[in-house]
Each structure stands twice: as structure tokens, then as C-alpha cells.
Write a protein that binds this ligand. Structure first.
Ligand code: FAD
Length: 385
């Protein structure tokens, strides 16, 4: 059998483009085909927030200066309806509309040697020798980077993500109301929060995310009610809201051996403590590209390496998400972030990066909060006497 392609990648979002770039860096001259059903530039429903670790992942692919025309945020606000913590932002946090972000990554992949073709992939067949896409494209290895509703995930007969492990979010653009990016959470559970991420051109990305429960269905109306409650005025500033699902890593499927690899949302890698998915899309795409030349051994090598790189972070992010579902703990965490900058940073690293739960940092923040409260009580009793 003549193999036309070394690697075929289905989907040219951040996961697919980083897979193409990484495969070409590992094996210069490889025949890499990047397929997408859309013509670029195209929109993707997203909060557009790209955190510091994502810029590290982009640097590793040679794209360190690709987004310097977007001003990094200097501060960040984490809050609830009644209280908020605000500190300087550590590392680069930029808000880059996905219409721009994804198109630049695709351009870089094409410049590196990938062939871009517009095609909606419908079928996939894998044998010991090769993989066939749509009954006509033959490849050594196929990487499924086709997003939350992945056709390839379905074809690989891996289990469907549970509804309660799939977040739903809406986003829209409107005039900026505050210059600092802010994440305002519901006190009842997490992740159920609203955001405003200013792009830097006078407009912001506004949105709201929630996770269905057995006793709670999510609709566009419930999401908009969340926006109205947590970001008063935002619902009126935005003309068009668009929604999409986010397959959380809480229910990620066991990835199989062989020549078919799943990356990014197709592999259900979205951070369960926040809904952040660009970083894991970039990281998983990069690792899949590195493993793609291994042919039949690619799947096993990719699964192993992915677990080494993001396994612990994903476990901790899940634990963080569970803890924050207890309102009293979520509120305590916010108070600790207010008084302790290192706890604030650690929270952002866990939710928007690849950080871990840090018991020492947590203990210190708790002690500091206790001291602050004790001082406050002392001051009150002095005033009263
Ligand atoms: C409202 C909302 C807000 C979010 N906010 C953030 C945020 O601020 N920061 C963050 O990090 N993450 C955020 N996320 C998550 C983030 O958008 C995703 O995790 C990320 O886009 C995953 O990248 P990907 O490359 O795996 O998939 P995608 O970006 O979805 O790319 C998949 C690509 O595959 C193509 N495709 C699909 N099916 C086919 C097919 N059959 N044939 C060919 N091509 C196909 C699509 O056209 C698309 O280009 C948000 C998600 C939502 C819904």
C-alpha cells in the first residue's frame, strides 16, 4: 500500500496546529496534512484567555513573538458578588480573539511545511498497517484534533463523556467596562463563573460557564441569568451570545494504542477547575506530534507521555474543582487569595495553567488570614471599649 501522508491531522485549532508544528520539528520534511472543515480565519466560541503556560508552550514551538502585539494584562481580579482579590498578574496573560489566535497558528504550521486542506472528515478506519480517512486519504498516523464534538473520538469507540462532566459556556463581545481581567464566581459552586477579559482594543470578551447537575439543567437562559447576576450590565453590552460545550478532563476517555491519537478537546482535556482548554490543547498536540513518527507504537507512547506531563496537574485541578463546590471553602479560598499573593498565584496556576495544589502555600495563606481576622477583631473591640 502506498502511504500518501506520514501524518494526517483532523482539525486545525490549537491542538491540531501544534501537532503539525511539533511533527515537523521532530521530523523535518515529513508529509503532514492538516484538515479542517472551516476556512481560516474562522471564529471559535471561547473566552480568548491565553495564560502564561500557554505562551511557554508556544515558545517551545518557536512562536514566542507571534502575539506580542496583544498587550499582556498587568493585574487580575478573582471575585464573588460580595468580595474580590486583586493582585499583579504573574507572567504573560493575553486576550487574543480565537479568530486571530488560531489563524496565526495555522499559518505557522503551513510555513513549517504542513499542507492545509478544507475538508469535513466523516469516516476513519484504522488497520495494523495504516489509517484511512474518508476512504481515500492514507496515513501512517492520524491525529484527531476535531474539538469537543469529535467525530474521531466517536469512531474510536471510546466512551462518550458524561453530561455532568461536560461544561456549557456562552460568550459575546462588547465595549470594555473595566480594564482588568476579572473572573467572578457563583458562591454556590464552581466552575460556575462569569468573566470579562479585555482585549485591549476597547472591547472585551464576556462570558459565563456552568456544569450541569442531576438536579440542574443548563440552558441559554440560565447562563444569561448568571451573566446578569455576576456582571451587571454585561448582558446589555453584548449583541450576540454564542454557546458551546467543554468536555472536562473529569471524564477523559482511556486513549487507545495504535495509530490514532486524540488531542485537545477531542481527548476531553479541558481543565475541570476552570474550563481552560487552550494550554492542554497545545501541550497534547505537541506531544502527539512528537510521537507521530512511531507508527503503530504512537498511541501507547503518547498516552504514557501525556500522563507524565499533565496527569498530576489534572488530578489536582479535579480536587480543586471539588473543594470549590463547597460554598464555605470557595469563600475561604477567595479570602485567602485576597491576603496572600502566593496563594492567589497558585490558584491561577491551578485553574489557568499547569500548577498543583500547594499545601505549604495554602497553610501559610490560612495562617495569614487568621492573623488578619484576629487583628480586625482586636481593632473592633478596642473601638468598642
Ligand atoms: C465559551 C467558551 C469559553 C472558553 N474560554 C476559554 C479560555 O478563555 N481559555 C482557554 O484556554 N480555553 C477556553 N475554552 C476552551 C477552549 O476553547 C478549547 O479547550 C480549545 O479550543 C480546544 O482546542 P482544540 O484545538 O482541541 O479544539 P478546537 O479549538 O475546537 O478546534 C477544533 C477544530 O476542528 C475542526 N473540526 C471539527 N470537526 C471536524 C471534522 N469533522 N472535520 C474537519 N475538521 C473538523 C473545527 O472546525 C475546529 O477548527 C473555552 C470554551 C468555550 C466553549
Amino acid at each position: 500500500m502506498t502511504l500518501a501522508w506520514d501524518v494526517v491531522i483532523v482539525g486545525a485549532g490549537p491542538a491540531g496546529s501544534s501537532a503539525a508544528l511539533s511533527a515537523l520539528r521532530c521530523l523535518p520534511g515529513a508529509r503532514v496534512l492538516l484538515l479542517d472543515r472551516e476556512k481560516f480565519p474562522r471564529d471559535k466560541v471561547c473566552g480568548d484567555a491565553v495564560g502564561p503556560r500557554s505562551f511557554h508552550a508556544l515558545s517551545a514551538l518557536g512562536l514566542e513573538s507571534e502575539f506580542t502585539d496583544y498587550q499582556p494584562a498587568s493585574r487580575m481580579v478573582l471575585g464573588s458578588r460580595s468580595s474580590h482579590a486583586e493582585h499583579p498578574q504573574r507572567g504573560e496573560f493575553r486576550v487574543v480573539p480565537r479568530r486571530v489566535f488560531d489563524a496565526r497558528l495555522v499559518r505557522a504550521a503551513v510555513q513549517a511545511g504542513a499542507v492545509l486542506e478544507r475538508r469535513r472528515v466523516r469516516t476513519i478506519e484504522s488497520t495494523d498497517e495504516a489509517v484511512m480517512v474518508d476512504g481515500e486519504l492514507v496515513a501512517h498516523v492520524v491525529i484527531g484534533a476535531d474539538g469537543a464534538e469529535s467525530v474521531l473520538r466517536g469512531a474510536m469507540t471510546v466512551t462518550r463523556p458524561r453530561a455532568t462532566a461536560t461544561a456549557v459556556a456562552i460568550r459575546g463581545y462588547g465595549p470594555t467596562s473595566a480594564p482588568t481581567p476579572r473572573i467572578i464566581s457563583q458562591s454556590r459552586d464552581w466552575p460556575a463563573y462569569a468573566w470579562e477579559f479585555p482585549i485591549g482594543d476597547g472591547t472585551s470578551n464576556f462570558g459565563y460557564i456552568d456544569v450541569p447537575r442531576r438536579d440542574r439543567t443548563i440552558t441559554k437562559d440560565t447562563l444569561l441569568a448568571g451573566v446578569r447576576e455576576l456582571l451587571p450590565g454585561a448582558a446589555e453590552r453584548v449583541e450576540t451570545w454564542k454557546g458551546h460545550r467543554l468536555p472536562l478532563a473529569t471524564a477523559r476517555p482511556t486513549l487507545p494504542d495504535g495509530r490514532l491519537l486524540l488531542v485537545g478537546d477531542a481527548a476531553c482535556l479541558v481543565n475541570p477547575s476552570s474550563g481552560e482548554g487552550i494550554l492542554d490543547a497545545l501541550v497534547s498536540g505537541t506531544i502527539a506530534g512528537e510521537c507521530a513518527h512511531l507508527g503503530p507504537d504512537a498511541g501507547a507512547a503518547y498516552r504514557r507521555r501525556l500522563r507524565e506531563v499533565i496527569g498530576r496537574h489534572q488530578r489536582d485541578a479535579w480536587v480543586g474543582a471539588q473543594l470549590c463546590r463547597v460554598p464555605v471553602l470557595a469563600s475561604l479560598g477567595l479570602q485567602m487569595a485576597k491576603v496572600d499573593r502566593r496563594f492567589f498565584d497558585a490558584t491561577l496556576e491551578l485553574t489557568l495553567g499547569d500548577g498543583h495544589i500547594k499545601p505549604l502555600v495554602t497553610g501559610r495563606a490560612l495562617a495569614r488570614l487568621g492573623a488578619v481576622r484576629a487583628r480586625e477583631r482586636l481593632n473592633i473591640s478596642r473601638k468598642l471599649t
